[in-house]
Ligand binder design. Sequence first.
Ligand code: ZN
Length: 252
Amino acid sequence: MRRGAPGRVLEAILGLAAVARCPACDAVVPGRGLCAWCRLRIHPNALPHWSGSGIPVLDGVPGSGIPVHSPFLHSGAPRDILIGLKFEGRRPLAREAAQLMAGSPGELPGRGDLIVPLPLGRRRARERGFNQSALIASALAGLTGARTANVLEREDRPPQVGLTGAERRRNMEGAFRVRRMPPDAGRIWLLDDVVTTGSSMDNAARALEEASVKPYAGITLTYRSAASDGIIALYRRDTGGIPDEERPALRR
Ligand SMILES: [Zn+2]
């Protein structure tokens, strides 16, 4: 369980503030990085999927949109890292997310490539005070030798949470546009924290294409599929059945 503010204060008084903690579950760990339990709570997602359909990229079967590489399912430790980053404002977790991505066996941006983070709408950016995807993009660029540039902007639309696949696609239609042309670079990767139906990624890719810029692929830390929701259901049972959307509020 994550230690709340009173716990932190007590630790500071006792002079224990310097202990290393697992970035996902906050357990005290001997060194840096994830604890042994959280390393078990990582569920790999082997296949990239098409942004236009979420269907896995399989040989000889062309899909719609761009291939999106998501090394992990949206569950366990990677999901906890994203919740801590987005809803608790724990910005150093962007580096943990990037390290998980960089250490995954799938294809990654390389030296000279350009990582374009998906932006937030203005209102959401004001509320949150930072764009988690931009933080992850910078950290991943630092680890891989790629560059990063904020070239897109996004209209504020209602949140995607709770919408069906078709509603998500309609909601994201035309939500992105290029605000400035990207610098010359190798392959262009679009980066988001999590992908569900791929609607955001797909529309961001389309905005680049409309500006005659060809995106190479998308990359996210996690992929939220029906399978990962099944794992989340098991995890919820382990954590007392607290629904996803309420967890961040409880932890704040
Ligand atoms: Zn842990």
